[in-house]
Design a protein around this ligand. Structure first.
Ligand code: IMP
Length: 431
């Protein structure tokens, strides 16, 4: 992993939920600072430490390692209330946070009207237009950012400016809510007061993350940049419009923290050994219903943020190759290999047969074609043996190693880590 002074990005290569939280938690031990670069409380990173389970939504998973500094970069949309709920809950569970959490002055505030707007927009959209968002206000907050109406952490330091900016953004959203037949309520006003009353406390954590990270790297300290969601949910490179509202991919790690792209030395792509998706939008390699239910149960495939069941499918190397290209992957971390332990054979999508009969190995831009195409599968033998206790690559069953070799060949990125269970110890370093 990272040498001192190195900067590594960890990015999801599917539709999120690849197990980035666990990989970041493992890698965090070897770095000095961990920073989130996009997204908000839509993320749900699950980490197991001993018998304890932690689900982190906004604070980087690195927080579970004593002494590591954790930053939320400018690319994040920060829900202040939820942020402090998470912060206080960690403290109550004995995590020492003093001086360890920093929030970019340039990060956008996600305020209660964003959440309300997200939920109302989703529930009033026609079935075919629903995105299946997490309802956390992410889309409306990024809309305000791009529309230059956003309120940033730094604005909290100037109450007059803050009130003016909040008023402009809130009135606009309230007009829209009225049009949708769901006017602003007293509850919204109370939530706004509650959120803004935490402003002073948030300012106490504010930092210039780009400056801090650049100085740390110059000083020879190492940094991990933690992505949320996954490549197929990226606003530009994902299955648009069934995506999240930020760039989830590795290049955004520079923009979203304020470091230069040349500072990034390696990019680790996290892929689940199969595929899952939560929310609306196509999943080309979806399992048949029985297998879907079986793997969902074995893999505990329920959203960490919303509890929604995730749809499951075979490993899709067309998507993984797309992720390798878009992110410039230098390595892969394969997760949840153990979930496939009982299968007698496995399928891997190696290409797509498009609706016009042509075959392509290239992830198509036309999202709707993904629901109509037929994946071209290759069948590989299963290993039908437990892998959860394996700690060295050479001790994995031969067919499991062959499966990993094939993932590597198909994506063009070397496998560097294999996770075979939820515990910290259930990870196999490769090479
Ligand atoms: P939003 O990010 O809440 O706007 O949701 C947009 C899409 O991204 C929906 O399909 C969500 O289910 C999906 N999504 C957002 N965050 C995550 C995540 O952390 N894991 C998996 N899917 C996510």
């Amino acid at each position: 992993m990272s040498k001192r002074g190195a900067c590594t990005v960890v990015v999801g290569c599917q539709w999120g939920d690849e197990g980035k939280g666990k990989i970041v938690d493992v890698l965090a031990e070897t770095v000095d600072i961990v920073a989130r670069y996009q997204g908000g409380a839509n993320a749900g990173h699950t980490v197991h430490v001993g018998e304890a389970e932690f689900i982190l939504h906004q604070i980087p998973s690195g927080i579970l390692h004593d002494g590591k500094r954790c930053l939320l970069g400018n690319g994040v949309v920060l829900d202040i209330r939820q942020f402090f709920e998470e912060y206080d809950a960690l403290r109550e569970r004995g995590i020492d946070l003093d001086g360890r959490v920093g929030v970019s002055y340039r990060a956008q505030l996600l305020l209660p009207y964003h959440r309300l707007m997200d939920q109302v927009a989703e529930s009033s959209a026609a079935a075919s237009d629903k995105i299946g968002t997490t309802g956390r206000g992410i889309g409306p907050a990024y809309e305000d950012k791009a529309g230059r109406r956003g309120v940033r952490v730094v604005d909290l330091a100037n109450p007059q400016r803050l009130a003016k900016r909040v008023d402009v953004a809130k009135s606009r959203i309230c007009e829209r809510l009225d049009e949708l037949g769901s006017g602003a309520t007293d509850a919204l006003d109370r939530a706004m007061d509650e959120a803004l009353s935490l402003g002073e406390r948030l300012l106490g954590l504010a930092a210039d993350t780009g400056w801090e990270l650049t100085a740390a790297l110059k000083d020879g300290r190492s940094v991990l940049l933690e992505g949320a969601q996954g490549t197929a949910l990226d606003l530009d490179h994902g299955t648009y419009p069934f995506v999240t509202s930020s760039n989830t991919t590795a290049a955004a790690a520079a923009t979203g923290t304020g470091i230069g792209p040349t500072a990034i030395g390696s990019v680790i792509g996290v892929v689940k050994a199969y595929t899952t998706r939560v929310g609306e939008g196509p999943l080309p390699t979806a399992f048949e219903p029985d297998m879907d239910a079986h793997i969902r149960e074995l893999g505990g495939e329920f959203g960490a943020t919303t509890g929604r069941p995730r749809r499951c499918g075979w490993f899709d190397s067309v998507l993984a190759r797309h992720a390798a290209q878009v992110n410039g992957l230098t390595g892969l971390a394969v997760t949840k290999l153990d979930v496939l332990d009982t299968l007698s054979e496995l399928q891997v999508a190696v290409a797509y047969r498009m609706p016009d009969g042509s075959v392509t190995e290239h992830f198509p831009a036309d999202t709707w074609s993904l629901s109509e195409l037929e994946p071209v599968y290759e069948t590989l033998p299963g290993w039908e043996a437990p892998t959860g206790g394996v700690t060295r690559l050479e001790d994995l069953p031969r067919n499991a190693r062959a499966y990993l070799d094939r993932m590597e060949e198909l994506t063009g990125a070397p496998v560097q880590w294999v996770s075979v269970g939820t515990r910290r110890s259930q990870i196999i370093p490769v090479g």
